[in-house]
Design a protein around this ligand. Sequence first.
Ligand SMILES: Cc1ncc(COP(=O)(O)O)c(C=O)c1O
Length: 485
Amino acid sequence: MLDRPTIDAPFLDEAFRHGPDKPANMLTVADAKAMDIRTMADLFKDHINPGQFHFMKLLGFHKVKVERAEGMFYVDQNGRRILDFFGGFGSLAFGHNHPRILKARKEFQDEKRHEIAIAFLSQYAAALAKNLALVSPGDLDMVFLGSSGSEVMEAAIKVAERASGRKNCKIVHAENSFHGKTKGVLSITDSTLYQGEFKLVGNSYKVPFGDLEALTRCVQSHPDIGVVVLETVQGGGGIIEASTDYWRGVRALCDRHKVVWVADEVQCGYGRTGTFYAFERHGVIPDVTALAKSFGGGKAAIGAMVARRDVYMKAYGTPKTAMIHAHATFGGIGEASVTAIEALNTLYDEDLIGNSGLVGSYLIERLNDIREKYPTIVKEVRGRGLMVGLEFHDFSRTLPLALRPMVAILDDKLKGSLSGFVGALLLRDYDCLVAFTEYNRNVIRLEPPLICTHENVDQFCDALDNLLGRGIVGIVKDFIKTQIG
Ligand SMILES: Cc1ncc(COP(=O)(O)O)c(C=O)c1O
């Protein structure tokens, strides 16, 4: 129970002292823009997440105030240009503030177009849904628009569950899966950290990812299973792929047992791996899929669930069932939809899917050279297109004894993991930003914008090469200096 003071009359007076008056110290947009870095940190700790600040500080992220962001770069308060190989976990296919997307948004605002699409039909949502149906294979052509990856994944499992026709329908998901943090999808997100002892939906089975035999055994022995949910490439799990045989097997298994297959493409979709959907390269089509992140062009919070028409109609196809899961307040709102329409056109006009495949191969090639140069540090390079994982060897037992206690006191989470150290120094010394993964602390995730060039790859790989040249002891010592310096 929270320890709260008893509310008495004077306390209430204090709490409600403003009445209808605006608090004197309410901050303006100008105040926010001009805020110094110390105040930003204090307000983050006071009002957002003091514990998270601890991690930002460990990595040195708390020293950066982003003043502008353009293309592949953030620009900080000192004019430093930071190369973005993090890419918002795949949310920035177009880089930061793509001019075409900004223009479409500005025109929409200047023309005073409408946003909320609840009472009247929306021409913007309609056009966006049509475009998505055009770029989606087979009869994946019914679209639900939401505001986040979690929301559209909730929509995906709901449509699948109803279409499966099972009473008390059970869902299979994979080990190391990540499908979001809202209550429903949290139940199929394989993380004790995120599941945080909440009461979960409790209708799921878990199998190893990429293991067709295990999935087959599970589906065969539980006739109440109506839905299989899988990321086509596991992102949170540390960039893990499965074979084409596996995906063809999943399709055949689901057909045989009349199970609905949901492919989560929130992170790996939208051209990231060199095809619009990652499942396309395996020559299979799921029953339901979901996109978010880059779908909003890096400017709008919008995602989409796309279902095969027969699946959708089974779930919500009659006037009686149509409103069970119709869109929420912000589903398909005007400016977000227009942003997504312009983004999708730009994706094809600029051949960013092709670029992802091409530049991604070059990135993987260069990283493999680095792995060969530092075989005791880099364990594996994996991925496809611009969704790449770099795994380091666990060095907790090879680090000189003298350094181990120092490393241990820094943070439990970084023990044995080089990625935090490498990430912090890539930012501090080389102006490069990378991402981590909660599930495997030895992996760095590289998901740069799809506008990434060969020169950007060279800048990043030269930096990484130079940093790894310091050796593990040098890297750890330099990291420790950042904490005490
Ligand atoms: C595969 C996958 N599904 C779902 C989600 C949830 O998306 P959001 O954070 O927008 O709710 C994520 C987010 O990282 C994801 O990677």
